[in-house]
Every structure is written in C-alpha cells, then in structure tokens.
Design a protein around this ligand. Structure first.
Ligand SMILES: Cc1ncc(COP(=O)(O)O)c(C=O)c1O
Length: 261
C-alpha cells in the first residue's frame, strides 16, 4: 500500500512480481485535500492480506511532512503482520530543528523499517548507497534478497566519510532552504499556489497548460519536472538549484506566464 501520489518505486517492484507469477496488488490511497498522507484512510484500507505500507516522509513529489507523533499513532494502530516502511530520503531538508525523525519507531517496533539514502543531502547518487534501520528479522530477509548487491568497499568508505562531513550537510541544507526562501515570495507576488514542501524540491501550480509551460521552460534551458500523475496534472515539480539558477527559473517562468502561452 502506498499514497497516491507517492514516490512509487517500491510499489512498482511489488507489481513486477506479477510477471514472476506471484500475484501482488498495490492499494493506492489518495492524499488528503492538502496533499498529505491520509493515515486514517490508509489504516482503514489495511486487510489481513496487506503485507507492507510504504510512507515517504517528506513525501515525493508533494514534499509534505508527517510528524513523529502522527507516524507513531499510525504504527501503533497497524496490525503487527504489516511492515511499515518509512522512506526518509529527504529528511535532512526538514527545516524545523526540533523535528523528530522516525528511527526510534524502527528501534521500538519489529515491523517498522526506516530507509535512508546517500543520494540526496550527501550528494552521492552514483554510489548507489543507502542504509536501513529495522529489527533483525527484517534485516535478515533483506540480506537474503540482496546477497549479490552488497555495496563495494570503496562505496562503503565514501559513505563513512560522507556522514562525517557535517559542513557539507549544512551547506546542502542551507542551499535548499535558501532556494525555498527565494521562490516562495515570488510565487506569492505572482499569485501562484504552491506546496511548502520539506524536500529539496516543491510543487507549484501553473495551470491547465502545464505541459506547454514545461516545454517552453525546457526550450529556455530550464529543466523542471512533471511528476505526480493526474492529481498533480497542473503542477510543476521544481528541484533546488543555485541562487543564480533559481533566479533564471523564476524570471523565465514569470515571462512565460505573462505571455500566457
Ligand atoms: C523518496 C525516495 N526514496 C528513495 C530514492 C532513491 O534514492 P537512491 O538513489 O538511493 O535509489 C529517491 C530518489 O529520488 C526518492 O525520491
């Protein structure tokens, strides 16, 4: 089970099992009106056949964030046969210094696993490195399936060095927070709706000619994305860039919208 719209990669892997003649179905539970996970609806959609619920927090592509307390309540309400996956790929970009991450939930509950990646704040996507925190029972199952894809020694050393480089983490976080601070006032001035995401990206609503605007931005060498399916059909997903790149994006977007293509 996953939110609609969510990141979707684990759900797609699960659906792929149908090709191996292991019948698998994914229940997709719509986000709330304010684009957050609908945890009550997800809880109610669980049946005796549900094996896994995936929650991306902050969510991709909406960037919306669940509090620790909301996640804790959900985990307490979920039957223990269901594995709750909490994907914290973007957790470092949450700005509130008091925000509590989900790792204690994975330590306290045998059916919870928290996923982390080195692809985001640490800037090492090509290393294909991540880690998880969970009970030994879940880790043993994972090891069984990934026996031939253990990261190489150099990759592991890169990861160990990356976690020590706090200055880099702080720089990456600040760059993302500066990007938000640069964009939101401009969107307010332009009267554009946007979701105050907590990832290194956000969604901005540009309207029903989203595809034309997306293409025109591309012609002007500004690459944004159109993720999010039907629910986000009028939105662009914009990832953080440098201050100069962000300025170019904002200028080009404003110019395109003023010509209302
Ligand atoms: C929510 C989420 N989880 C995981 C990943 C994957 O990261 P990795 O590069 O470690 O496969 C991404 C990448 O975009 C993501 O958005």
């Amino acid at each position: 089970m996953e939110a609609e719209t969510g990141y979707g990669s684990i759900s797609r892997v699960a659906e792929g099992y149908n090709d191996k003649e292991i019948p698998t179905s994914v229940i997709r539970v719509p986000l709330t009106a304010d684009y957050r996970h609908d945890l009550d609806a997800m809880r109610n959609a669980i049946t005796s056949k549900t094996s896994m619920v995936v929650i991306t927090n902050p969510n991709n592509p909406t960037g919306t964030l669940l509090s620790y307390e909301e996640l804790e309540q959900f985990v307490n309400a979920v039957p223990k046969h269901v594995i709750v996956v909490i994907d914290e790929a973007y957790i470092h970009f949450v700005r509130d210094p008091n925000y509590k991450r989900a790792i204690p939930l994975a330590i306290a509950n045998d059916n919870v696993i928290v996923l982390r990646t080195f692809s985001k704040v640490y800037g090492l996507p090509a290393m294909r490195l991540g880690y998880s925190v969970s009970s030994t029972a879940i880790q043993e199952k994972i090891l069984f399936y990934m026996a031939d894809s253990i990261p190489g020694v150099l990759t592991q050393i890169a990861g160990m060095e990356a976690v020590k480089d706090l200055a880099h983490v702080r720089r990456s976080q600040q760059a993302v927070w500066d990007f938000r601070d640069q964009c939101y006032p401009v969107f307010d001035r332009m009267g554009l709706e946007y979701i105050k995401g907590e990832g290194n990206f956000f969604q901005v609503k540009v309207g029903s000619n989203r595809t034309e605007i997306y293409r025109e931005l591309g012609k002007r060498r500004v690459q944004v994305s159109t993720r999010g399916g039907d629910r986000m059909a009028e939105w662009l997903r914009v990832s953080a860039g440098t201050a100069r790149e962000t300025e170019v994006f904002l200028n080009e977007l404003e110019d395109i919208l003023s010509k209302s293509i």
